[in-house]
Design a protein around this ligand. Structure first.
Ligand SMILES: C[S@@+](CC[C@H](N)C(=O)[O-])C[C@H]1O[C@@H](n2cnc3c(N)ncnc32)[C@H](O)[C@@H]1O
Length: 370
């Protein structure tokens, strides 16, 4: 049993862990909010879907989860766990990628120093083949294999394809090289096919979650939500009963920077940790941050029913909380704020839903139908 009480005895428990992601919801928290505010068949919307915790939890409990995520890493995780290919297809694809990996021997030698300190030569060849060969944007099978590869790309010694590293975020190359040298750490010599095959089989051992109708879109909610609203008008998509989300926290992290190594595997340049990605400045510029939140919540308002509940977990940092609340109230002026966040200034172990997972720095802002 895992330290969080999970026994991994169901498909949902095996798939919900895909994959390591910064500031993700604890799954039991999403389960409890969805259980309290929706019934089977209802739609749950998450415009900042991350690794898809809320929408997957909705799908696993007979609801329909609809999400939007701008980070390709979060999207690959979310999309793969909502609709994975069969294990046979994924294992077959693993072998096909391994078969072409020798073609990348030369390229594997000429990667920046970070890569030779992080991965053994055979792992480097395999990763280069996967980087070029897996069409994760279009092909379900390739996306599923890519999602599982991303999970194990870096992490603790013995549990990942890499030299010792944190699993949730990739260190900067200079820092990592220095740390490995100081601590005498070398990349693990492992058989990639065997390593991945065991993990694929474990993931599928209890089956998969049937997520009929649930989906996640890759892109910016500012642009995609209006398109979804159009589909709602045309009644191709039902309105959501619950908006459950967690926006980026002001000034806390840049999801592009932290995930630079996983983005590299997805085909982006090795300098993602410098360029900081498409939303550079959005989470550190106060005016742009406010306008991002306002635009997203206002567009989301078009996608929910009149009696929908809006449940937002955010940072307790005063600016983030105030900007989030301001955007929520602008989008949903008719709703009643439940100030459940007040007691959490001093978090206890007994608050909401017996949820022990609310971190000291987080607050829940809830809008209810008046
Ligand atoms: C706090 S995280 C959400 C984590 C999520 N609750 C989970 O459990 O994985 C915020 C997410 O919003 C995404 N994001 C930021 N700006 C966005 C935008 N304009 N459109 C869609 N997603 C966006 C970030 O990439 C990040 O994954």
């Amino acid at each position: 049993m895992a330290s969080n009480g999970k026994t991994f005895s169901t498909a949902a428990e095996r798939w919900e862990g895909i994959g390591p992601y910064y500031a993700m919801f604890p799954t039991r928290f999403a389960d409890a909010v969805i259980e309290e505010h929706t019934a089977a068949g209802d739609v749950v919307l998450d415009p900042f879907a991350g690794r898809g915790t809320a929408i997957f939890s909705a799908a696993a409990s007979g609801r329909v989860g609809i999400g939007v995520e701008i980070s390709p890493v979060g999207w690959v995780y979310a999309s793969a766990k909502l609709s994975p290919a069969s294990s046979e297809q994924v294992e077959q694809r693993l072998l096909e990628i391994a078969d072409i990996s020798d073609e990348y021997a030369e390229q594997a030698q000429s990667l920046p120093k970070f890569f030779s300190e992080c991965f053994s030569p055979s792992v480097r060849r395999f990763l280069l083949a996967a980087r070029v060969g897996l069409d994760w944007r279009r092909c379900t099978c390739d996306r599923t294999l890519m999602a599982i590869l991303l999970v194990y790309l870096h992490g603790k010694e013995g549990q990942a394809l890499s030299n010792q590293m944190r699993q949730t975020k990739a260190m900067s190359p200079d820092y990592a090289i220095k740390w490995w040298a100081e601590n005498g750490k070398k990349p693990p010599n492992l058989d990639v096919v065997e390593f991945m095959r065991q993990r694929i089989r474990w993931r599928y051992a209890k089956g998969v979650v049937e997520a009929d109708g649930s989906r996640v879109y890759l892109g910016n909610s500012v642009n995609l939500l209006p398109q979804l609203a159009q589909l709602v008008c045309e009644e191709e998509v039902p309105k959501a009963k619950l908006l459950l989300t967690s926006p980026p926290y002001f000034g806390v992290t840049n999801y592009h920077y932290d995930q630079w190594l996983r983005l590299w595997l997805l085909g982006f340049e090795t300098d993602a940790y410098v360029t900081r990605g498409p939303y550079q400045g959005r989470f550190t510029h106060p005016v742009r941050y406010r306008s991002l939140l306002k635009e997203v919540f206002c567009h989301a308002a078009e996608l929910v029913t009149d009696n929908a509940v809006v449940y937002v977990r955010t940072s307790k940092d005063p600016f983030t909380k105030e900007a989030t609340l301001d955007a929520m109230l602008a989008a949903f002026p008719q709703k009643r704020l439940e100030e459940r966040f007040q007691p959490f200034r001093k978090p206890t172990q007994t608050h909401l839903f017996g949820d022990k997972t609310l971190k000291a720095g987080e607050a829940d802002l809830i809008l209810l139908p008046s």
